[in-house]
Structure formats: C-alpha cells, structure tokens
Design a protein around this ligand. Sequence first.
Ligand SMILES: [Fe+2]
Length: 280
Amino acid sequence: MTQPVASPEGLFPIARLSRESRLAFQALEDLDRAWDLGVFYLKTPEGLDVEGARVFGHGLLTPESPYRKIPNYGELEGFIALENNQQTKLALRRHRWDQYYPSDIAHFGRQLDAIGIAIIGEVLRRSGIPEALWGRASGGYATGEGTAFLNFVHYDTRAPDWGLRSHTDYGFVTVLDASAPGLQVEIDGVFHDVPVLPDHLVINFGEALHFVTAHGEHTVRAVVHRVVSQRGEDPVRHGIVYFANPDLDGTLWQFDTRGKAAGRCLVKDLFALLENNLTE
Ligand SMILES: [Fe+2]
C-alpha cells in the first residue's frame, strides 16, 4: 500500500432517498460506480435528526452519563471502553434500543433501518434478483428482520494509536455519520480520504452484500477501509455508526436473475471465514 492521496472532487457518488423511499443517483453511471467502489454519500434525508443523535453521542463523554452504565452483552454490546484502542463506544442491537436509548434515539435507529432496507433493496434490484426472493437472499433483512446495530463511537486522537486498521465490514451496509476526517477507503491499492461532506452520510457495503449479489447482474464490492487519526479542532472524533447485518444464526442465499439458487452460506460460517482471513 502506498501513501494515502487526497480524493479528487466527485470521486464518490452521491445518492438521495426519493419520496418513495428509493435510493436514487443522478445517473445510472453513478450507481454503478458506487456499487464498484463499495462506498458513496447519501444526502441526509429530511426528518432524520442527525444533530440530535450527535448531541446524545457527545453526552456519553460526560463521566456521570447514566448511559455509561449500560451493561455489556457479549463483546459487542453495551458501553465499551477499549483501553488499547483510544476508543469508547455505546453499541446496541435493535431489540435493546427501546430499553436503553431515549425514545428519540430509538426512533432515529428505526429511521436508519428504513434507509438500510432502501439501500439493500436497490442493490438487489440492480442485481436483477427477483423481488420475491429479497427476504430470503438477505437472511430477512430486506423485509425488516435481520440484525441492526446503532453505535456511538469516540476516538480520542490524543492517545497514540492507528485508529482502526484496514478491514471490510462483514454485514450488508454501514451507515456512518462522522464529525471529523479520518475515514479512508482503498481503491486499486491506494487509500483515499473520504472527506466529511456536510449534510451527508457515508454508506459502505460489506461482505454479506457482496456475497448475496455474487451471481446477480451487478455484484457490489465490500470496500476495504480504515480510520486514521487526524487532528481536528476537537481532539475527539465522534461517529454514529449503523450496521445492517444478517442474523448470526441465519443463512444467506445467492440467486441469479432468473431466481435460481446458485449458492448459500451460513452467516456464522461466512463471518468465521472473514475473521480467519483477517487474522492471517
Ligand atoms: Fe468498518
């Protein structure tokens, strides 16, 4: 890997949600480029209170915040302070949002569910996979099931650390609101900055979506990305991250454009394989 380079203007396509809640790009070429890169910007939909969610996220840094007492569920959920990684986060799966998040944040999460479903629907549509099979292909996610995480993440850039090493996300779609630069994606072996674009979210595709589109008309790329420490005015980099994932005990199906099953995989096997590659 060579040195990161500044991203040329217009490198990353920009989409918006239509009134019918469909993902829309200006031109089909933009959509195809987004699918090939595995990353694009989404204009923040009207009515999505990102600012309110940011305020909630910032509040977590106050030592007396009651949300810091949310217990851990396994390694992935709860309030987590990673001592070796300059990172604290509050992470919860969808079924715990109502219990622990304030109601406006749980509502915010459900709005992100709708965005995730719209994105995955557009990917499967472009893949030519018959709509009746979308639910099965996506382990239920496209029809409102599956697993979703809504996480509030903070990196303290004063602590010496690389940030987040390069990886692909395992799930379908990641929705990111970041307050500061630092995200980089790999394109043809070179890391490019993904600049913060005001009033836009960053969307990236993960391995599960790559898998389910592998036999369709247009396979999406799971983008390799990393987060590097870049000092901004605020030494803490705040992020809101939403992951649209399949259920861990589910199955993903690969269909072709005629609706013929071309392959399938247990989600836990796919994730174990990815984990293995990462360790190597
Ligand atoms: Fe990631």
